[in-house]
Design a binder for this molecule. Structure first.
Ligand code: ATP
Ligand code: MG
Length: 719
């Protein structure tokens, strides 16, 4: 029966082969990182096609990101070659949902050219809905509502299915009603949001069983990657689609579930076995990706989690290089050491495309990017814009640019109504007309228009306040440190407040980025020098080059692999993140630990952790303690490369602050604001991190094993 002339099955181990060749019936591959789950899926597709069991269009494969879909297409292409006519339906849940909905739009009350609203448009619509119902948006922000509604959609709930207790949760019991109103608005606009892409498919299929059946017959084989991160709506969608033929293959790893905050449910793994009784469950235990030390470190770490299904991982690879831990004096030095290490790899002919830097929060990227730009190290940011291209940073920059240069019209337009001040398109139009007639920039036009009675009184008042603010800020630049001026501008303009009030998942990250932005200015003599630096960085970002270092958040790194992985910022409060530490119960901390596990297991040959002893958190210098996750790594697989004076002067680098864990960075007693002082200057002139900082005990000659210390310390369980 089998036609394996191309030998695509040859390299597989027996369990992988079982997972590929068990083509009929439900199958769940539950296995750790790097065990070849994704490879099983792609080989399975090749197998289905080349044995004639399926034609490409009989197959549906779901990936977690568009990038993963592209990679899978590429892998399948190389497996089945040009002979394979057509490609399977292959994409994210959203992409496939869209494709289906376009075909049957009229059956769910849409036209086939419906628009898919992005986050911004979705918010605008929520605001209108709130205004229609006379709900004070200051008190009940649109973002909170959107968060609430997205949550319901993730759980597969239409407005009439929201549990009564929850429907009354927002704006004095109006949550459910607002959800209904929002859906009605979407319908009149012939628009959907991301959540609808799946919900409407569910509705389509429930109301039209013939259509459901046509898809059930069409997708004779269904495959799902990264199954542990599906949410309930996605699960219901899959279950409906697979129910008839039951040829569904899901691969996942409960230890890599990192989207709980976005509604993903690991329980879907357990549900699968329940809903598809008799499913073949395959466990893969051999890791093909990482060397022994890396795997041991990752396994040792994840073993500290209590809620896991449990599994073993082994490698037949060499132990390889131990995982290294580097301590730096502060985050700037950390970035410098990291860039030096990359340059050293580069000089030994390691391709940059095989190097990745994975950070916990995007604000960490700024110093690293600046360093790369300084050195001319080509890099790309995956899964998000570069630091200075982020919306909140561009907004902040626009305020500064207008302050420094009244004729920067583009910048003015960007922020004239951000945050919302009631200076909408009509006003802007007036400014444009007036500005053109008088041949003056928009800000000057605004000033002059305020002296006339052409504007509505309310608009005039707001506009005057804004123009006066800009004049005041411009004067401040003359007399105050520029980073303080920037801080003042962001506060007085209401921009910071706009994000503080925001309840959406990414608001906190944006505020972190804004703080990082202000702080980054201190490295420049004045505002003009800073703005010039930024424009250079932005320009550099446009240069194309094939060989580049990849920079991304840990969340974006799922499923990827690199020879060398740098993992900076392993400090308590940053990673694990403070929000997870503040949470009661261990769910938050365990998700952080899974994230650390995902990070380590991206590495094939080298995993390089680092931490900074001083980091600015929420604008204040704090001395930090190395992440508890470092303590949890098995000592035998870890090397400490560079011990900062701060720690080597005491009994052990891993000595912890006696404060109880989970105490906030803001707590007096352990927050010691550190000025960037002589010490750092010394450290910098020393060339190699702590080599020259005062107080250092002895001189380290290269890597130093600290196994004894690690064991001694890691047995003491944190309180
Ligand atoms: P993750 O959980 O990180 O998504 P995964 O389980 O999907 O990992 P893959 O990405 O499929 O793992 O495989 C990891 C690496 O191991 C890849 O480089 C893959 O080509 C390789 N690999 C998988 N199976 C084998 C095998 N049988 N022989 C040789 N290499 C293999
Ligand atoms: Mg994978």
């Amino acid at each position: 029966l089998r036609r394996d002339s191309d030998g695509y099955l040859d390299g597989l181990n027996p369990e992988q082969r079982l997972a590929v060749e068990t083509t009929e019936g439900p199958i769940l591959v539950l296995a750790g990182a790097g065990t070849g789950k994704t490879r099983v899926l792609t080989t399975r597709i090749a197998h289905l096609i080349s044995t004639g069991r399926a034609r490409p269009f009989d197959i549906l494969a779901v990936t977690f990101t568009n990038k993963a879909a592209r990679e899978m297409k590429h892998r399948i292409g190389t497996l089945i070659g040009p002979a394979g006519e057509g490609m399977p339906w292959l994409g994210t849940f959203h992409a496939i949902g869209t494709k289906i909905l376009r075909r049957h739009a009229e059956l769910v009350g849409l036209k086939s050219d419906f628009t898919i609203l992005g986050t911004d448009d979705q918010l605008r619509l929520m605001k209108q809905v709130l205004a229609d119902q006379n709900i004070d948006e200051k008190r009940w922000p649109a973002r909170s509502l959107s968060h609430l509604i997205d949550g319901w959609k993730n759980r597969g709930l239409t407005p009439d299915q929201v549990p009564p207790g929850e429907a009354t949760s927002f704006a004095f019991g109006k949550g459910g009603a607002l959800y209904t109103a929002y859906q009605a608005r979407l319908a009149t606009l012939n628009a959907v949001d991301f959540g609808d892409l799946l919900l409407l498919c569910l509705k389509l299929w429930r109301d039209n069983t013939d259509i459901l059946e046509s898809y059930q017959d069409r997708f004779r084989y269904i495959l799902v990657d990264e199954y542990q991160d599906t949410n309930v709506a996605q699960y219901l969608w899959l279950r409906l689609l697979a129910q008839k033929r039951k040829n569904v293959a899901c691969v996942g790893d409960d230890d890599q579930s990192i989207y709980g905050w976005r509604g993903a449910e690991v329980d879907n793994i357990l549900r699968f076995e329940h809903d598809f009784p008799g499913a073949t469950v395959v466990r893969l235990e051999r890791n093909y990706r990482s060397t022994g030390h890396i795997l041991a470190a990752a396994s040792g770490l994840i073993a500290k989690n209590e809620s896991r299904l449990g599994k073993t991982l082994r490698t037949e690879d060499e132990p390889g290089e131990p995982v290294t831990v580097t301590g730096a004096w502060d985050s700037e030095e950390e970035a410098r050491l990291l860039a030096e290490a990359i340059e050293s790899l580069q000089s030994k002919k390691h391709p940059l495309s095989e190097i990745a830097v994975l950070v916990r929060i995007s604000a960490q990227m700024r110093e690293i990017e600046d360093r790369f730009v300084q050195l001319g190290l080509p890099y790309r940011v995956i899964g998000g814009p570069r630091f200075y291209e982020r919306a909140e940073i561009r907004d902040a920059l626009a305020y500064l640019r207008v302050t420094m240069n009244v004729s920067d019209d583009l910048a003015f337009e960007r922020i004239v109504n951000t945050p919302k001040r009631g200076l909408g398109d009509a006003t802007l139009q007036q400014l444009h007309t007036f500005g053109r007639a008088e041949r003056v920039p928009l800000l000057v036009a605004a000033r002059r228009l305020c002296e006339t009675d052409e504007l509505k009184p309310k608009v005039r008042q707001t506009l005057r306040a804004l123009t006066e603010s800009f004049s005041r800020w411009a004067r401040l630049v003359e007399s105050q440190p520029h980073s303080e001026v920037a801080q003042t501008i962001l506060e007085e303009s209401g921009y910071t407040e706009m994000w503080q009030k925001d309840r959406s998942a990414d608001a906190a990250g944006r505020l972190e980025n804004l703080k990082e932005f202000v702080r980054s200015m201190e490295e420049f003599p004045d505002m003009a020098a800073f703005l010039e630096h930024v424009s250079l960085v932005m320009e550099a970002s446009e240069a194309e080059g094939a060989e580049r270092v990849s920079l991304m958040t840990l969340h974006a790194a799922k499923g990827l692999e690199f020879d060398t992985v740098f993992l900076p910022g392993w400090e308590d409060g940053l990673f694990p993140n403070q929000r997870a530490l503040d949470e009661s119960g261990r769910a938050g901390l365990e998700e952080e630990r899974r994230l650390a596990h995902v990070g380590l297991t991206r590495a094939r040959k080298r995993a390089k952790l680092s931490f900074a002893v001083n980091r600015r958190i929420h604008g204040l210098w704090s001395s930090t303690i190395p992440s508890r996750f470092i303590d949890e790594l098995p000592a035998a697989s870890v090397d400490v490369v560079e011990a900062p004076a701060h720690y080597s002067a005491g009994a052990s680098r891993f000595d912890r602050n006696p404060q109880p864990f989970g105490s906030s960075y803001g707590t007096p007693g352990w927050q010691r604001a550190q000025e960037r002082t002589q010490e750092r200057t010394n450290a910098n002139s020393g060339g190699r991190g702590f080599g020259a900082s005062p107080g250092r005990r002895g001189v380290s000659s290269g890597p130093r094993q600290i196994e004894g210390e690690l064991i001694a310390k890691s047995t003491g369980t944190p309180s």
